[in-house]
Design a protein around this ligand. Sequence first.
Ligand code: GDP
Ligand code: MG
Length: 177
Amino acid sequence: LAMAGEKIDYVFKVVLIGDSAVGKSQILSRFARDEFSLDSKATIGVEFQTRTLSIQNKNIKAQIWDTAGQERYRAVTSAYYRGAVGALLVYDITKRQSFDHIARWLDELRAHADRQIVIMLVGNKCDLADERAVSSYDAREFAEKESLFFLETSALEATNVEMAFQTVLTEIFNVVN
Ligand code: GDP
Ligand code: MG
């Protein structure tokens, strides 16, 4: 973590997208505050949260944007994507439909975002292994075809959430340097 009062070298905007209820707000809450809530309404209305971290001795302020219930098709505005240098494209491993919609989210992201944007496909709720409806194999295959990073996470158990953001932010850092 960066020291209080230290200067910020970079601000990176990262957007969270994916169907409603896949766990976007809880992934953000886990990353920004190391908190998790079973109440999905807890973070509605919050535009973004930030966390400052250090990558190769530079202070990076990650500004993570969350959709405040705008997940209907094409309801996410272009302002949301503007200036984003990274994206977490989230589905729920227990909801097949949320994975089937990923291609559509990816189209929308690519239509609005910077050409160089770093994208991580995220299969959330991997703690619910008994209810799995999307295999890691299918997701990894899709990610490879589309040149995306891929990880399965659990916001509940804090599995790979840190890794997902670290990977995206480090890759963005490498792109700009
Ligand atoms: P969003 O609509 O994509 O922002 O989804 P939320 O973050 O509001 O989460 C929707 C529901 O899924 C809430 O009840 C969360 O507590 C729950 N949830 C989120 N992440 C996880 C997870 O990793 N594991 C489990 N078991 N539940 C989760
Ligand atoms: Mg939400």
